[in-house]
Design a protein around this ligand. Structure first.
Ligand code: SF4
Length: 286
């Protein structure tokens, strides 16, 4: 697929984030050629005037110089893009941002791509760093319908293991969870020996856009019904919480994207917090 690359000079790289627990976001790429059909960040295409989401990437060409700044608090790379999307293999902008970034910054990286393992040497220079890999187990028809251009599940799992084996702190971002499709238990069993912790996220149906909502309703009416019916969702969430508890892994929580639940904190096996926080996250794609 042809992707238009637009170079821009930015004034700053660190933007204040409204995601709970995150202080700063870094997006040296805006736009993402992985083009996931449900992507929550595609609303940005409406402001940018570059055309359809997934067909363009805006590149902050001076991002490496801007990365030098020291900031206090958690920095997440990236929230409206994927830092290891296809153009990164040649452009190496993420790598240069990491080279220049103040190594005292508390960095959290999230990606769907095994290309992330290329930068292990740089990750090891940071005082505080964690690397998250998004997994969702989509294969076959679901992969083709939901995210045909992303790296396959197996490659992501291998990348997570490789990062862990290198001594880096890792987490698995299990997202998006779609009722009736996602096998959360299987994904956790497959990764729990090399994921330090988990973060779960149910599909944000509202942010996935009208086309995706239609697709889900037509192809997976039972999953769609759970996401749009309060009673069915309550049952689904209860079962999901029980399953995660049974799996016995450390988990930050479940982002439900449903009013009344929002972010559900989970009890860690060591006896952490349990309860419900009501934080509505900003429309970023994690
Ligand atoms: S969900 Fe992430 S990887 Fe997929 S298109 Fe959006 S930003 Fe890219």
């Amino acid at each position: 697929m042809n992707v238009r690359v637009i170079g821009k000079k930015a004034k700053g790289l660190y933007a204040r984030s409204r995601i709970p627990g995150v202080d700063w976001s870094v997006n040296h790429y805006v736009g993402c050629a992985f083009a996931c059909r449900y992507c929550y960040a595609k609303f940005i295409a409406r402001w940018k005037n570059y055309g359809e989401w997934g067909r363009w990437v805006e590149v902050k060409i001076n991002a490496p110089e801007l990365a030098r700044k020291h900031v206090e608090g958690k920095v997440v790379m990236s929230t409206v893009s994927d830092p290891y999307q296809p153009i990164e293999a040649q452009m190496k902008l993420t790598r240069r941002v990491l080279q220049y970034m103040d190594k005292r910054n508390e960095l959290s990286i999230l990606t769907r791509s095994p290309l992330v393992t290329r930068d292990v040497d740089l990750f090891k220079l940071f005082r505080s760093i964690e690397i998250g890999i998004t997994i969702n187990g989509f294969i076959g028809k679901e992969k083709e319908l939901f995210e045909p251009l992303t790296p396959v599940h197996r490659a992501r799992v291998s990348a997570l293991k490789e990062l862990h084996d290198e001594g880096l702190k890792t987490y698995a971002f299990v997202s998006p969870i779609i009722p009736g499709i996602s096998d959360v238990g299987a994904m956790v069993e497959e990764t729990k020996s090399f994921a330090d912790y988990y973060f779960f996220e149910v599909l944000n149906l509202r942010a996935s856009g009208k086309n995706f909502q239609r697709l889900l309703r037509d192809e997976y009416p039972e999953g769609y019904a759970v996401l749009t019916d309060e009673e069915k969702f309550r049952k689904f969430l209860r079962e999901l919480r029980e399953e995660i508890k049974r799996l016995g892994v450390k988990a930050e929580g479940i982002e439900t994207h449903q009013r009344g639940w929002e972010f559900v904190k989970l009890q860690s096996p060591e006896g952490g917090e349990q309860g419900t926080a009501v934080n509505e996250p900003e429309q970023e794609s994690r």
